[in-house]
Design a protein around this ligand. Sequence first.
Ligand code: SAH
Ligand code: F3S
Length: 484
Amino acid sequence: MHTEKIIEENKQGQTLVAEKVTGNDKKLFIESYGCQMNMSDSEIVASILVKEGFNTTQKLEEADLVLVNTCSIRDNAEQTIRKRLQYYNSVKRKKNPSMKVGVLGCMAERLKSKFLEEEKIVDLVVGPDAYRDLPNLVEEVEAGRDAINVILSKEETYGDVSPVRLQSNGVSAFVSITRGCDNMCTFCVVPFTRGRERSRDPKSIIEEIRDLKQKNFKEVTLLGQNVDSYLWYGGGLKKDFVKASEIAQSTAVDFAQLLDLCAEEFPKIRLRFSTSNPQDMHLDVLHVMAKHNNICKYIHLPVQSGSTRILERMNRQHTREEYMELVDNVRRILPDCSISQDMITGFCGETEEDHQDTLSLLEYVKYDFGFMFAYSERPGTLAAKKFEDDIPLVVKKRRLAEVIALQLKHSHYWTKKHVGKVEEVLIEGTSKKNENEWKGRNTQNTIVVFPKEHYKMGDFVNVKIDSCTSATLIGTAVGYSENN
Ligand code: SAH
Ligand code: F3S
């Protein structure tokens, strides 16, 4: 078995570099559900298994090992995966009897060995901190035994694992900087499935970005459940920081410093980050964003509710007014910055008045985008233990529809404001609707489509915005941007 560097050109004329292990033809089919962190984790998993002689495949029927990286955030996310497992089962019966199936990620962590009992198709269950154990676990499975590892770690960040970029457009990539979450929002299952918060060594983050740059990537999104809480002082849990040595404390790197470091080191790379929890976002991050042109002016700032009473029940550590003040600061320090939200309707005990508070907060902030959900009780969470899930589904859904309708109006308000301007767009792929058009995003993360002409994937292009829908800007290229 040996590693071979493959260099090829894709249809857009862009050079792609990949490492492939030859001499073994075990095939791995891996798919991810849920958040961007899962997409990024699947790339770590692929890297670990490629070293074991697996080649990735896009064809389920020919896979020796099928891995599904799962999401537990809402009940319907779990139902989607259960259905997918049934589909694997039918493929196994009809076309590929020797196929083995593994479940990774949050559902693996939440359900543990119950998975092996409940879903006969599943041979392997691996939690988010146990991916290094995959080679041993896969060996067990190949020997005909079920295998499971769902141990959560206080240290694991996979900092030294160089991810295999899966289904990448070769232009934008995710780089994870923290794992886990310590915030314990009462509705949220993540602290239970992904464990305690840990930060990754800044050196390994910089190295990963350097590697991406060499491979011609143009945009990096720094990922974490709560990136603003990033803190490196030599490793371990954030909560142990107070106990760390004085030397460790004096050389600690926080999120604003990390962002500054990355922006300084890679002036030609576009940087994004996600997600910002309002309680952990400080003004120094906004100042670093203002200082660097290559940091995109976009903040995903989930709020969940506009009512201080509900925020308290959710254990969000800020009031409505404190959140508004943070938004005011964003507008003051970064006048062109876009802001998006996550919102939950029908949380336990939410009254009509609380709901009106949510609508009025939406009016106040006028978010550019939003991700909105009806509350879904998750077993084991603090809310499931402490509060009754007492809002009828029809009410949750009616409130959700009202929130979505208002958000749509605000999205359109913002897209209209872009019309007539010339904006820098990074070309990320072909438009879904028209193969003669490129699609990319401006700094505010709004999708822009425009005729391809002579431009290529990965080019930074100035685009004149001619018209818009509520979610998309439509324009014409006027030339390369100076970043190109
Ligand atoms: N900080 C994380 C949040 C992950 S969960 C991040 O990186 O985005 C993403 C969103 O799902 C949350 O912001 C919340 O709006 C929603 N969500 C989480 N738990 C939920 C639940 N039990 N019911 C409905 N929506 C939920
Ligand atoms: Fe979940 Fe709150 Fe953390 S939403 S991921 S517990 S910040």
